[in-house]
Design a protein around this ligand. Structure first.
Ligand code: NAD
Length: 486
């Protein structure tokens, strides 16, 4: 993937001790505008000494940052929240330009990220411990929560703004310092987020940015001064990071990939279900960890549902993310696009029927693939199991809810699962028995909310404490129990 590009596109700087500095790295990766295919910036693969300098800066900032009183730490975040709101159009445009998603979609996910900052502003209450007097005669016990030290955040390309905001605002609110390793495919969104945090006047070294790919992450995990690791990425990367970090005794949360099923019962409101499925499967061009990837059309609902999805998907307007008329943008790069398209032939080999073929869009400039619909996909086939991460939706036809639950629960992943139905009994049973952490009832995307944990299961999550919500506060703090006779 390393490209020695002919381009004049700027190489993205590192951010260490409050200063933006060019990397001296020899190698850099191209970052594209996926709507045109043009190179718009380059991600340096930071040198080992640059990685060490970022950790050293975070380590040096920790002793004084942890002593900044929590209400004062929260005040930086109140200011940060206002700056994010003020610059939301600009941030969404940067994300759209390097990711390809529509500006409206980018703004929506920025809002989800801003809500994490708002949640983190409540840190004086969230970090409170507990106290019990007279655990024995004249002896009281209290628990407190303390920051851990230097935290590392490793982020994926598909939410260039929201996922960095899941991590560093809460970690900093808890009194930790941070090294962010943004996705090499969308680095400029993170850079803008960090510039705005800088503008709050936050002390130098509290947050640092290192660019790179797996090798830089591995060096960071191995670094003795890095205590805590959060990664969001493919299941392969999440599993590798989890194993490496755990073997070194680090605290780690590793959020992985997905293969989300949308179960449609025969009694579902099909107008509502169709629209929700379209948004879930083709929104952000299928590049969401909560994207619907398999529709389980139960019993008699199949033929009508497939026809409705086909008709609506065929009418989706493709185009660049900054065109207001666009409903679906390109994929992030050529490799992702070609990989997603390859699943169409694979589906046919495995016995599926192509109802809508997005490959008619491959001739456009940029990395476009049109909405694709595969029917009669075979349970257990690769198309039904692999995360495609593109606009390729599979339909399976279970005969009843029992069979649908069996199909959903056979997935090695367990990020999200959705049911469309008006039957309270079916809904209750689905919620109880489905093996997924984020469950939707008559909603296409059970979106993560800042004040709840993002609760992936099975191969979609490795660790104990999830991101955001109260889990996030517990993840970024250590508890201490003090017993006193006074
Ligand atoms: P990716 O796994 O290629 O990269 C994610 C990050 O991990 C990047 O910063 C990358 O540099 C780093 N990385 C990659 N391989 C690594 C390795 N072996 N060791 C250490 N670091 C490594 O993922 P991507 O293509 O950028 O993002 C899409 C994936 O992320 C999809 O699988 C999607 O489902 C998943 N995702 C999951 C969630 C969730 O909440 N579970 C949210 C968003 C995205």
């Amino acid at each position: 993937m390393t490209v020695t590009s002919e381009t004049q596109a700027p190489t993205n700087p590192l951010y260490v001790s409050g200063q933006w500095t060019p990397s001296a790295a020899d190698e850099a990766l191209d970052v594209f505008n996926p709507a045109t295919g043009q190179v718009i910036s380059r991600t340096p693969l930071a040198r080992p000494d640059e990685v060490d300098a970022a950790v050293a800066a975070a380590k040096a900032a920790f002793p004084s940052w942890r002593r900044v009183p929590p209400p004062e730490r929260a005040r930086y975040l109140f200011r940060y929240r206002d700056l994010l709101v003020k610059h939301s159009d600009e941030i969404a445009r940067i994300a759209s330009r390097e990711h390809g998603k529509t500006v409206a979609d980018a703004k929506g996910s920025l809002q989800r990220g801003i809500e994490v900052v708002e949640f983190a502003c409540g840190i004086p209450t969230l970090m409170m411990g507990e106290c019990l007097e007279d655990v024995a005669a004249g002896i009281d016990t209290r628990s407190i929560r303390q920051p851990l030290g230097v935290c590392l955040g490793v982020t994926p390309f598909n939410f260039p703004v929201m996922i960095p905001l899941w991590m560093f605002p809460l970690a900093l609110a808890c009194g930790n310092t941070f090294v962010l390793k943004p996705s090499e495919k969308v680095p400029q969104s993170s850079i803008r987020l960090v510039e705005l945090l800088h503008d709050t006047g936050i002390p130098e070294g509290v947050l640092n940015v290192v660019h790179g790919a797996a090798a830089q992450v591995e060096q960071l995990i191995d670094h003795p001064d890095v205590r805590v690791i959060s990664i969001v990425g493919s299941s392969e990367a999440a599993a590798a990071v989890y194993a490496r970090a755990a073997a070194r005794g680090k605290r780690v949360q590793a959020l992985g990939g997905a293969k989300n099923h949308l179960v449609v019962m025969p009694d579902a409101d099909l107008d509502m279900a169709t629209e929700a499925i379209i948004q879930s499967a083709y929104g952000s061009t299928g590049q969401r960890c909560m994207a619907g990837s398999v529709v389980d059309a139960v019993g008699s609902v199949g033929d009508e549902l497939v026809e409705r999805i086909r008709a609506r998907a065929a009418a989706l307007r493709l185009g660049p993310g900054d065109d207001e008329a666009t409903e679906m943008g390109p994929l992030v790069n050529r490799a992702q696009r070609d990989r997603a398209a390859s699943y169409i032939d694979l589906g046919v080999e495995e016995g599926a029927k192509v109802v809508l073929d997005g490959r008619s869009e491959l001739e456009r400039d940029g990395f476009f693939l049109g909405p694709t619909l595969l029917d009669e996909v075979k349970p257990g086939s690769r198309v039904s199991r692999d995360e495609i991460f593109g606009p390729v939706l599979s339909v399976i036809r279970p005969k009843d809810l029992d069979e649908a639950l069996e199909l959903v629960n056979a997935s090695p992943k367990g990020n999200g699962a959705v049911i469309f139905s008006r039957d309270a009994g079916a809904i209750r049973r689905f919620c109880m028995e489905v093996e997924a952490g984020m469950v939707g009832v008559n909603v296409g995307v059970p979106a993560p909310m800042a004040f709840f944990p993002f609760a992936g299961w099975k191969g979609s999550f490795f660790g104990d404490l999830h991101a955001t919500g109260k889990d996030g506060v517990r993840f970024y703090t250590e508890s201490k129990v003090i017993t006193s006779r006074v």
